[in-house]
Ligand binder design. Structure first.
Ligand code: UD1
Ligand code: CA
Length: 462
């Protein structure tokens, strides 16, 4: 049976004290709204409808998913927000999920059980509720004391002392029969402390019309967490992170200390990889199997093959093949590709460069805009002088080249296959294949110079 969804994301999020629309704040590396969109997709919603208002332009450009946006010009409450989507559901008689863009912890499994409960009960509206320790700020679920049936939702600001004592809250997540929902919404009045149209107010309206209303208590109350403040954002972040670590461990990844490891939602990691503490795996990062990552390593939008070791290093927008070792203290910047069995050692910075199979950049180098062939050894302290103050230039190093320590390769420049560059050279012209390039002053020894100097300054002068 078809299922569609509306996600509310038009509110300002005043309590965040932020210039960024609340739903774009990230948890586990991803805007909260995208977590919610992903949950709807996981239960088979094809193209969720997202209600935007505050910061609408920014939300539109940030969200890359295929969704239908509906503008709520003035934010007059959650009921009013849903009402704006009515034209999109003209003639639709199926079920409609309604979710909040600030509730990123909801799992697809819970959403599925909500839909099942809704359908099996034949309800017109089914509310997902949670029983929490501290219900402050949430809408309270008021049940009939005799029957236990849900009667209404009372918002915190409108609640009496007795109602505030209720610990069952409205998560803001509902499943509706679309037609019943929109008919009831038309009757909702903003008679409350905030003078807003509350979505929860459809429940008593539906019941008055003889339509059954249900409520499902979520097994894990944390799934109902709504993020209104930075403190709640940190709470959501932590829960999502531990959930992600748990899923990875279940799939065969060792995470030495999940509390101190930060892996974004969409990161993929292969079996038998070990992640040491204080590592950050962000964005669209992919790590193969049997890797050793960390401690203190940050991977951003980076892909690693199998059996890669990366320690105390930062890799951004880079691609690393199998059996490579990186670090400690290496920095791989965007556009870098490291081919299999290469070694990138300590205090090495690579930018937009290719390091060929089995090649080594072991110590203290800056390599930018360079293409390095296979089996190359780059001596300690070698740098590419890729920038002349105006433009960037390429350096090409062939296969089996040996670059002596502390060389400067002034780009644009080529070093041919099998060539050598003498240590300490400043190479400004191409080095032909199988040749030696030397670009440094010839050494001169002035004999007895040091002895004469000491004498000249007088012995014992201190
Ligand atoms: C809301 C619920 C409350 C529930 C809690 C769960 C209402 C009136 N209150 O309170 O019962 O316990 O969530 O977290 O429904 N939004 C719009 N347009 C608007 C107003 C809000 O799109 O005009 C969106 C917001 O962007 C947000 C969501 O609706 O994503 C909830 O709004 P928010 O102001 O956070 O409501 P709460 O006070 O948290
Ligand atoms: Ca909220």
């Amino acid at each position: 049976m078809e299922i569609r969804a509306v996600i509310l994301a038009a509110g300002q999020g005043t309590r965040m004290k932020s210039d960024l629309p609340k739903v774009l704040h990230k948890a586990c590396g991803k805007p909260m709204l995208e977590h919610v969109i992903a949950a709807t997709r996981a239960v088979g919603v094809e193209r969720p409808v997202v209600v935007i208002g505050h910061g609408a332009a920014q939300v539109r450009t940030t969200v890359k998913e295929d969704v239908a946006f509906v503008l709520q010009k003035e934010q007059k409450g959650t009921g009013h927000a849903v009402m704006q989507t009515r034209p999109l559901f003209e003639g639709y008689n199926g079920d409609l999920l309604e979710l909040f863009g600030d509730a990123p912890l909801l799992s697809p499994a819970t959403l599925e059980s909500l839909v099942r409960f809704h359908r099996e009960g034949g309800f017109a509206a089914t509310m997902l509720t949670a029983v929490v320790e501290d219900p402050a700020g949430y809408g309270r679920v008021i049940r009939d004391s005799a029957t236990g049936h849900v009667v209404k939702v009372v918002e915190h600001k409108d609640a009496s002392e007795a109602e505030r004592a209720v610990r069952e809250i409205n998560t803001g997540i509902f499943c509706f029969k679309a037609r019943d929902l929109f008919e009831a919404l038309a009757e909702v009045k903003p008679n409350n402390a905030q003078e807003e149209y509350y979505l929860g107010d459809v429940l008593p309206i539906l019941q008055k019309r003889g339509k059954p209303v249900g409520a499902l208590v979520v097994a894990n109350p944390l799934e109902g967490l709504g993020v209104n403040s930075r403190a709640q954002l940190a709470e959501a972040e932590k829960i999502l992170r531990l959930r992600k670590a748990g899923a990875l461990m279940d799939a065969g990844v060792t995470i030495v200390d999940p509390d101190n490891t930060y892996i974004d939602q969409d990161v993929e990691i292969g079996r038998d990889t070990v992640i040491y503490p204080f590592s950050f795996l962000e964005g669209r990062t992919k790590v193969g199997g049997e890797c050793l990552i960390g401690p203190n390593t940050r991977l951003v939008d980076t892909s690693l093959g199998a059996r890669v070791e990366a320690t105390y290093s930062v890799l951004v927008g880079s691609e690393v093949e199998d059996d490579v070792t990186i670090g400690p203290f290496a920095y791989l910047r965007p556009g870098t590709q490291v081919r299999s069995r290469a070694k990138i050692g300590d205090f090495v910075e690579l930018k937009k460069s290719v390091v060929g199979e089995g090649s080594k950049v072991p110590h203290l180098s800056y390599i930018g805009d360079a293409t390095i062939g296979q089996g190359v050894n780059i001596g300690a302290g070698t740098i590419t002088c890729n920038y002349d103050g105006v433009a960037k230039h390429p350096t090409l190093i062939g296969d089996d080249v040996f670059i002596g320590s502390n060389s400067n390769l002034v780009a644009p420049v080529k070093v041919g296959d099998g060539a050598y560059v003498a240590a300490g050279s400043t190479i400004t012209r191409d080095v032909p294949p199988a040749s030696l390039g030397i670009g440094r002053a010839r050494q001169q020894n002035i004999e007895e110079w040091a002895r004469r100097r000491r004498k000249g300054h007088g012995e014992g002068a201190g």
